[in-house]
Design a protein around this ligand. Sequence first.
Ligand code: SAH
Ligand code: SF4
Length: 407
Amino acid sequence: MTLDPRAMRALPVARPARDPRPGLSGIEPSQLEAWFAARGEPVYRAQQVEDALWRGTAGSADELLTLPAGLRAAIDEAFRFDSLTSTELSQANGGLTEKALHQLSDGALVESVLMHYPAAPGRRERHTLCISSQAGCAVGCPFCATGELGFTRDLETAEIVDQVRHAARRLALDGRRLTNVVFMGMGEPLLNLDAVLGAVQALADPRRFGLGARHVTVSTSGVVPGIRRLTALGPQFTLAVSLHAARDALRDVLVPINRRWPVAEVVDAARGHAAATGRRISYEVTMIGGINDTDADADALVALLRGDHAHVNLIPMNPVAHTPWQASPMPVIERFARRLREAGISTTIRRNRGQEIGAACGQLAAERAGEPPAPTVARRRERIVRESAAALRGDRSHEPTPTEVGE
Ligand code: SAH
Ligand code: SF4
């Protein structure tokens, strides 16, 4: 792209139209079989495509050399073999983290982050991929790089799954396999629930990607109807809830969707989910210095979660442009964790991976979009400081406003 990034942000950019061909990895095997049958092709042809899609190394329909050339061309005309049109890779942490910036057919950018955890005593090596469910996000949490970008669009099932296929292909080159997938990249998965459920099904299906549903974690900022819908479906994947604060006044600022679904409703829905699935809920708390890290915050969290089948992850905030906030100092996070554990709440501090999980997602795309004009940054910072100061006084100073997202 040759445009000046500043211009990209300021002007409505004419983007290429979205590719209308459905992505193959978002299609049920039975639908693919029906497509081949309608063309008078034997069913095993569908199986050959499925094998290439889920277990092969081909990057396009052209490379499906087990198929006749005419059929390859017909597949390419009808479907996208890969819905990611290009991917840029970069490494961090001495190669333990690989970030991927993917471009979609209409030019939208999304990120995925592959994290390698070497084997440790009593623990096998793990390769966890953090994926995006939307380009941008409408929730607008002020400490999040994706929130700063705003919402572009929902991803299709294939665009979600193909982030995983891409990482799996890279791992396979070294004889390694993906062990976990977490929806902690860009976007709010429960505001794109149909596509996310389609992706989870494809990932969990032994005939397709074959990763056990228990190895998939879906993280939400607290979309209550979405949580309840998941509970009714009874899937076995792990639900993570981004809590960040137990008091409504503060959570209204940190997770603006709280104005629509307040924290007590979120925890109630999460509890219902834990009871129905028998799976423990993970609560995420991004630790922001001087904002949500006091003893009173820890005690409010204890009061909210006491007795629950829950686990709390404390993640030092990764600094992002356009907020005045920083991570809480490590001794403060340790003190916070001690207070939770003393009250019987199982708690982990994610020490150095905070920068990668979730936190890193959105940052590459934000960098690519360029900095907004200085007055915009100044106004944004001023609003964050004003709203958080009111919240720290315990003042829910704004009326809860219906957000544009949801339901
Ligand atoms: N929208 C969903 C999932 C994507 S965000 C959600 O909010 O749960 C994934 C995780 O990254 C969330 O827990 C989010 O709060 C966290 N996160 C976002 N920005 C961060 C930052 N700057 N530092 C640390 N964690 C951050
Ligand atoms: Fe959206 Fe999650 Fe970022 Fe909040 S933290 S803006 S919900 S991606």
